[in-house]
Design a protein around this ligand. Structure first.
Ligand code: M6R
Length: 608
């Protein structure tokens, strides 16, 4: 995710900005930039790539004198990682500079309006609209301009802003994207995250939604969205830098598990408009969508598992036949790809060698391709005919959690969009499902709230030898991911089976005390799965079941039950996976494994 730092004080700003940004490098970024007021103008320097390049360009900040500045590390979302897209962004007269974290959802609409008024844009970013919009409303009073801009922006933002005409003030504002203010001995700071300021101060203010911070050399004050003064209490940070990088979480994996409500919201919200699904970047006409005869979903690992779920969703909602392939198989199996096919490649990194090769194979055959990718500007994003981004931000833990959740909802949106266009769901059904999608983030939050219960249960299984995950339909897809999560970070042997398949061999592995995780969220298959639970339990298994709230009957068959909130049957994966992720995490912690960097694994698999 992007990083923000800002400084106003007695010292030279640029070295402090570069140092602060270096403390945020762990968040992932692909370009960086700083803006410093030099006594006359606002100077901006940007560089694609590592922060080192920007440091070299500015001689560690020495060539950018001035005591007021803002800095940014950018993780590309709107527009490729280039110098032009890197922050800070100016207004046209270069008298206002802005850094931004988050996503401005209505930026295209705002951009169009500004262009109609004669504003010219230098980048493809959503951020640049903020600089020009500030310019549009600025009549000599920054707070007035900022509050007007806040009222016009939809989406999430943390902003650092400087005005050439107000060189004694640094402004900051946020909505749904974190921002803090640090009160230092020799100046004051803003940052998107605590580690950036810890070298200078431990006294921080947490900015709440729609609050504005106004920083001078000595003073800090706060305003609400109406520009009225508000009072805030400073907090003292007790964490060390290491803990602060993880936002106080013990591991990146846990932090990322907890980021899932936001990830899901960020991936959904920009595409839900007035009760309809709008996927602008898809660039497919309704006619093209209606012409799709078959979908091939191709991916690796967890991304493949989201595809297994999506098969049920696409087929159920849009009535389009779907084949799901592991990319390493697809590329060599000479697949039958006929006219009217759409190949969807799913990848967090956008660099997975087998997925990239599968994409190229489909393109060579003249088949249209769509990438569902998290990393903007990655190879798959560049080479696919169309790209739909997941807005999960950088994922640091090797075991994917938030990118997996974002991939799931991206595919729900796509399936529902296709269903809407093809007329396979009614407007009323669609409305109901959009309502269910919107509820997912808070339902995930609710599940995260019971982490202690899962932790206690996980502690009992740190010494397990084998664990089996079973389920039918979408529950089988959930089981595949639950099993992969557990084995990759805890090194416990684990397998997933379609519940009805057990009796064809696997059941012979069940012994007294073997843990079986049974997923039963599909009402139509619920009774069948209960029969399978009974089968393994009578052979000695200890059964942990994951089912929907209200299915209390399962308590007679299973030993331990986790309930997930009610949602549409196609979306249960997004909820059922949460306790399974937490379970794997706590088993791994309990076994003393390297949770974030499990042995033999890499985050991005760029070899065959
Ligand atoms: O970057 P990708 O989504 O293409 O990566 C695919 C798999 O390598 C990835 O999902 C892997 O299975 C994860 N470690 C699972 O947690």
């Amino acid at each position: 995710m992007c990083g923000i730092v800002g400084y106003i004080g007695e010292a030279q700003a640029a070295p402090i900005l570069l140092d602060g940004l270096s403390r945020l490098e762990y968040r992932g970024y692909d370009s960086a930039g700083i803006a410093v007021y030099d006594g006359t103008d606002i100077q901006v320097k940007k560089a694609t790539g590592r922060l080192k390049v920007l440091s070299e360009l500015t001689h560690d900040g020495v060539t950018m004198p001035g005591t007021l500045g803002i800095g940014h590390t950018r993780w590309a979302t709107h527009g490729a990682p280039t110098d032009a897209n890197a922050h800070p962004h100016y207004n046209s007269t270069e008298t206002i500079a802005v850094v931004h974290n988050g996503i401005i959802e209505n930026y295209l609409k705002v951009k169009k309006r500004l262009q109609d008024k004669g504003y010219e844009f230098q980048s493809e970013t959503d951020t640049e609209v903020v600089a020009h919009l500030l310019d549009y409303y600025y009549k000599g009073e920054p707070i007035e301009a900022i509050t007007k801009v806040m009222l016009r922006l939809e989406g999430s933002y943390a902003l650092g802003i400087i005005f050439r005409d107000h060189p004694d003030v640094l402004y900051a504002v946020r909505k749904d994207s974190p921002l803090i203010v640090g009160k230092g001995a020799e100046g004051n700071l803003i940052a998107s995250d605590v580690p950036a300021v810890l070298k200078y101060t431990r006294e921080v203010y947490f900015i709440q939604n729609e609050e504005i911070a106004v920083l001078n050399k000595e003073d800090i004050s706060f305003r609400n969205v109406d520009g009225e003064p508000i009072e805030k209490e400073a907090a003292t940070i007790e964490w060390d830098i290491n803990a602060a990088e993880k936002g106080g979480y013990e591991h990146f994996m846990l932090k990322e598990i907890y980021e899932q409500p936001k990830t899901v919201r960020d991936t959904l919200n920009p595409r839900l408009k007035d009760g309809r699904i709008v996927i602008e970047e898809l660039g497919m006409t309704d006619e093209e969508i209606r012409a799709i005869q078959k979908i091939h979903i191709v991916a690796c690992g967890s991304a493949y598992h989201t595809g297994v779920t999506a098969k049920y969703v696409f087929e159920g909602l849009a009535r389009i036949p779907v084949e799901v392939d592991l990319a390493s198989e697809f590329r060599y199996r000479n697949p039958i790809l006929e006219e009217g096919a759409l190949v969807i490649i799913i990848s967090q990194s956008g660099e997975t060698a087998d997925s990239l090769a599968a994409l190229r194979e489909a393109k060579t055959r003249g088949i249209q391709t769509l990438g569902i990718v998290n990393v903007v500007g990655s190879s798959i994003a560049r080479e696919a005919d169309k790209v739909m981004y997941t807005w999960a931000g950088p994922e640091i833990a090797v075991a994917t959690t938030k990118a997996y959740s974002a991939q799931l909802v991206a595919q729900y949106l796509l399936a529902l969009k296709f269903a809407q266009v093809r007329g396979t769901v009614t407007d009323q059904e669609c409305e109901g499902m959009i309502g269910d999608l919107k509820k997912l983030p808070e339902q995930i939050e609710l599940l995260l709230g019971s982490k202690e219960r899962i932790q206690r249960f996980a502690n009992r299984y740190v010494a397990a030898r084998d664990v089996f995950f079973i389920g039918r339909g979408i529950d089988y897809a959930i089981s595949l991911e639950g099993s992969l999560k557990l084995k990759e970070i805890s090194y416990i042997h684990s397998e997933a089976y379609a519940a009805g398949e057990l009796k064809h061999g696997t059941i012979s592995l069940i012994e007294e005390g073997t843990l079986v995780a049974a997923v039963a969220t599909q009402e139509a298959l619920y009774k069948k799965t209960i029969s399978n639970i009974v089968e393994v339990r009578t052979r000695g298994a200890f059964v942990m079941a994951v089912t929907n709230t209200g299915n209390t009957e399962i308590e007679k068959a299973a030993d331990y039950v986790i309930y997930i909130p009610q949602t549409n049957r196609y979306f249960t994966n997004s909820l059922a996976i949460i306790p399974l992720q937490l379970f794997s995490y706590y088993v791994s912690v309990g076994r003393g494994c390297d949770v974030d960097k499990p042995r033999n694994l890499a985050k991005s698999v760029t070899v065959e």
